[in-house]
Design a protein around this ligand. Structure first.
Ligand SMILES: Cc1cc2nc3c(=O)[nH]c(=O)nc-3n(C[C@H](O)[C@H](O)[C@H](O)COP(=O)(O)O)c2cc1C
Length: 188
């Protein structure tokens, strides 16, 4: 698949088939994503791949997101809000949930580096998944949820969960979406 075609084809999917994904394919996707640009000394994130009963435990925690993310939900239009609430309820039935864990950064420059490294790698994860016929969707967690998730993973005090992402064989065609364009300023 051409790179541009893949970028334009990728969409967030919030409903999945229950079909499991082989660990070999999951590992391959992480291997591909590891080729993203890095700030070597500051690439400190790690992934937790939740399957089976741990995935169920996580879904139970994330399903409470709706109550704690009221501010986020309020800014969405009605259709998007409905989709988001439904998605949080069981993470779309995704058989695999990936959590990105980062160190709690002490300075803004460290935070920028960690967040940018994660963002670039997450994008490659999404595209690698797409190339293997899989779908993904990032999900936001309220701070209270993050603490519960940290407990579930047994994270040490100095680490936190940055973001979550579902992975699975998609079972929906999302509605067309106008992607807002960030302003681009040419400075000469
Ligand atoms: C950082 C980040 C957080 C997101 N959080 C959520 C979320 O909490 N719930 C959700 O349904 N989608 C979430 N998404 C997916 C976005 O809603 C989605 O990417 C956006 O609507 C554009 O749609 P598309 O990915 O299908 O192009 C998130 C995406 C990103 C990058």
């Amino acid at each position: 698949m051409d790179i541009i075609e893949a970028i334009l084809k990728r969409r967030s999917i919030r409903k999945y088939r229950s079909e499991p994904i082989s660990k070999k394919v999951i590992e391959e996707i992480f291997e591909i994503a590891s080729h993203s640009p890095i700030a070597p000394a500051l690439k400190q994130h790690e992934y937790y791949v939740l399957l089976g009963s741990k995935r169920e435990d996580l879904v139970r925690i994330v399903s409470q997101n709706t109550a704690h993310l009221r501010e986020v939900l309020e800014i969405l239009d009605e259709a998007s809000r409905e989709r988001a609430v439904k998605y949080y309820a069981d993470l779309g039935g995704a058989p695999v949930v990936i959590l990105i864990v980062v160190p709690k950064t002490k300075s803004i420059w460290e935070f920028k580096s960690v967040a940018t490294s994660c963002g670039t790698e997450i994008m490659l994860l999404e595209l690698a998944a797409l190339a293997r016929g899989l779908s993904t969707c990032c999900f936001t967690m309220a701070p209270w949820i993050e603490e519960e998730v940290a407990k579930l993973l047994g994270l040490p005090e100095e680490k936190t969960v940055l973001y979550g992402m579902t992975l699975g064989y998609g079972d929906e065609i999302p509605p067309p979406l106008e992607h807002p364009k960030a302003p681009v300023h040419f400075v000469e």
